[in-house]
Design a protein around this ligand. Structure first.
Ligand code: MG
Ligand code: ZN
Length: 384
């Protein structure tokens, strides 16, 4: 039976009228329930908190990998990406180059401005542009950044720093001290000292820990916390990083939730990109699996919390990664085995996925520029 509903009327009716009326009622109910909230507020539901998760270099093939190359303990589990209902694709080209680098991509996501590839938090004319952390801090939000690279590396830096070149890491580190960021975790302790000594964390109310992640108990109002757990980078998963990313995220969420207004947290799986540059399949798979597990634990939290918008995306794809069939087997293509390969040691211009979960998630479907993610977030978070 075919039923076409137009303006609430059943246009085409065949056979059993009872079923038709029941179907029409169910359809009307399904349409009415989701629309109700939007009619009342005039726009989509507004989240209290935002968690933006960035898989550096995580294209569609990289995330698809998590469906085929699972760690043993995750063998029976559907990857967390399947839990999203609102999915989009973002274009990533920088303001100058067709293939982006991480600084320009981070700046696009954090400030809504397309810029040149080496720029961090400044536009094409090196003018400082307000980022989402600064925007939300003015509204009383608490904010945090987490990475498996140096915390001064391009992706996290885009959310607090303003420098014309990504390699000005000592200046970027100083920007972190002077920023509104309340929580950070990653590596890069070597960038927080110069010839005059270690940077003055205490003057900036930052309690710094160089040794291990630790829950933050009863923080004083206004106190800030930093974990710098490596000179330059966190270890690879293959070298025993364990659950750093998921655990740092959970500690950050607990701490940032102590604010009244809400919070913004950026979580980066930094090394998916490095594995791509090196064309190392096992490295890539273990890094993207770690990121996927972290997405899963953040979604577990967001499901219970109900007020948190979770966005998972990438800054760009790295390595032209593919999941092609294994190739020849007695003169025939062997379609029973995947042979992961890379086409490049550079970034690519492939569109990247955008997954959204929670209040406002429906705004993230479609195909759009990466700068739109900033604009969508700002319009959602602007007070009514
Ligand atoms: Mg990065
Ligand atoms: Zn890269």
């Amino acid at each position: 039976m075919v039923i076409v509903l137009l303006e609430g009327k059943v246009m085409q009716i065949k056979k059993n009228m009872g079923i038709v009326y029941l179907s029409a009622m169910v359809t009307a109910l399904l349409l009415w329930v989701p629309l109700r909230g939007q009619v009342e507020t005039g726009k989509a539901e507004r989240p209290k908190n935002v968690i933006l998760m960035i898989g550096d270099g995580m294209g569609i093939s990289q995330l698809s990998s998590t469906y085929y190359f699972k760690d043993e303990k995750d063998a029976d589990r559907e990857p967390a990406f399947s839990r999203f209902r609102y999915i989009g694709l973002a274009r990533t080209s920088s303001g100058l180059e067709v293939v982006t680098q991480s600084p320009a991509a981070a700046t696009a996501l954090a400030t809504g401005y397309k810029t040149y590839n080496m720029a961090v938090g400044v536009d094409l004319d090196t003018v400082v542009r307000e980022n989402i952390v600064e925007f939300l801090s003015k509204k009383g939000y608490m904010t945090g950044v987490i990475a498996t690279s140096s915390i001064t590396d391009a992706t996290p830096a885009g959310f607090y720093a303003h420098q014309p070149d990504r390699y000005m890491q000592h200046e970027i580190a100083y920007d972190l001290l002077n920023s509104e960021i309340d929580f950070f975790a990653g590596a890069g302790s070597k960038y927080f000292r110069d010839t005059t000594g270690v940077y003055p964390f205490e003057e900036h109310n930052i309690e710094i820990n160089y040794h291990r992640l630790k829950k933050i108990k009863k923080p004083e109002p206004g106190s800030r916390f930093g974990f710098l757990l490596g000179l330059e980078r966190m270890p690879r998963m293959l070298d025993g990083r364990k659950d750093f990313l998921a655990r740092a995220s959970s500690i950050a969420i607990d701490f940032l939730s102590t604010g009244e207004a809400g919070y913004f947290l950026m979580v980066e799986g930094s090394q998916i990109d490095w594995a791509g540059h090196r064309n190392q399949v096992e490295y890539m798979i273990t890094e993207v699996n770690d990121f996927e597990r972290t997405v899963g634990s953040v979604l577990d939290y967001a499901e219970k919390n109900g007020e948190t918008l979770v966005i998972v995306t990438a800054d760009h794809e790295t390595g032209g990664y593919t999941l092609g069939a294994a190739g020849e087997n007695n003169g025939y293509a062997d379609y029973s085995v995947i042979d992961p390969t890379f086409a490049s040691t550079n970034h690519s211009a492939a569109l990247v996925p955008v997954f959204a979960f929670g209040p406002g998630a429906e705004n993230f479907i479609g195909v759009y520029e990466n700068t739109e993610i900033f604009h969508k977030l700002v319009s959602l978070m602007e007070s009514e």
